[in-house]
Ligand binder design. Structure first.
Ligand code: FAD
Length: 282
């Protein structure tokens, strides 16, 4: 199928891009195009105008300091994945990004675009929520920061207004004493996950003071569950998590199989994250 007709604009400044979005209710931002272009081709989206931000300067940065990793709107998944410094500051970035699609798609697709696309089957929205990061957005009205907990409104729906551009995402650094792990099951490596689970644990000596899990493909929006109590009470953290998740049937897997994967992967990632925290302390 071919996309419905649309106007196309490739502004060379952020201000121009923001003015175009503000002036056209049906306009949409085009970043890497790896989600939007298939939607256009299948006519699941029919914007009146595409505002291509690829010529806007100063959006391709990956800035790293002790607070965390700041990723500009035009930084490609592949560039973030290739950054050893980003992986050292926040190891969950590379752990999850290596499961995002295939190299050709990662070469073009942007990490910020994936966050705004807000797909509960995508890895990076879950990672942003689990790490309690945020996204900085700009519009003709000014700038604001949206915490990850307030970014996802529903399936494929973020809380950005139609005329806002996400300019940067912030992923906090891994704290001292913390550990992370990620695993997913997909039909082929790089396909969307049938289920993915990430763990973030915080140790104080031998004591586990925090244990949170982030889930991919088992709810409508990226979901994080705090299982600290279940872990410390020697209860079943996966059962605690499943009480808050909604695994669903689709053509790829049954709800029952997804629930089974949640149990298996939860056990694995919690153990791996605790090992990770201990190995960092040595
Ligand atoms: P685009 O396609 O350009 O845009 C996506 C949406 O976000 C659009 O609505 C657009 O208007 C909006 N948008 C983008 N950037 C901004 C911005 N800066 N400000 C405001 N709005 C913006 N992803 C995964 O996470 N895991 C996978 O396993 C996976 N597998 C894939 C397999 C295939 C075959 C394909 C084609 C894609 C796959 N993807 C996967 C999607 C990929 O990661 C996309 O790159 C990503 O979801 C969107 O980034 P993009 O830059 O391509 O955004």
């Amino acid at each position: 199928m071919k996309p419905a007709p649309f106007a196309f604009l490739r502004p060379s400044t952020l201000e121009e891009a923001l003015a175009a979005l503000a002036g056209e209710q049906g306009a949409k931002v085009l970043a890497g195009g790896q989600s939007l272009v298939p939607l256009l081709s299948m006519r699941l989206a029919a914007p009146s105008m595409l505002v291509d931000i690829n010529a806007v300067p100063d959006l391709g940065h990956i800035d790293i300091d002790e607070a965390g990793v700041r990723i500009g709107a035009l930084a490609r998944h592949a560039e973030v994945l290739a950054s050893a410094e980003a992986a050292e500051t926040q190891p969950l970035l590379a752990m999850a990004l290596s499961h995002v699609a295939h190299p050709t798609i990662r070469n073009r697709g942007t990490t910020v675009g994936s966050l705004v696309h807000a797909d509960a089957a995508a890895e990076m929205p879950m990672v942003l929520r689990l790490l309690e990061g945020s996204v900085d957005v700009a519009s003709v009205r000014g700038r604001r920061t949206i915490p990850a907990a307030e970014l996802f409104a529903g399936p494929l729906e973020s809380t950005l207004a139609h005329d806002e551009i996400a300019v940067e995402a912030f992923f906090p650094a891994l704290a001292a004493g913390a550990g992370v792990a990620f695993e997913e099951i997909a039909r082929r490596h790089g396909d969307y996950a049938l289920v993915g689970v990430a763990a973030l644990v915080q140790l104080d000596g031998d004591e586990i003071t925090g244990a949170r899990l982030g889930f991919v493909s088992v709810s409508d929006i990226p979901t994080v569950v705090d299982v600290t109590e279940a872990v410390n009470d020697r209860a079943d953290p996966a059962a605690a998590a499943l009480a808050e998740l909604e695994p669903a049937d689709d053509i790829h897997a049954s709800a029952e199989y997804r629930a089974h994967l949640v149990k298996v992967l939860t056990t694995r990632v919690l153990a791996a994250a605790i090992d990770h925290a201990r190995s960092r302390a040595r």
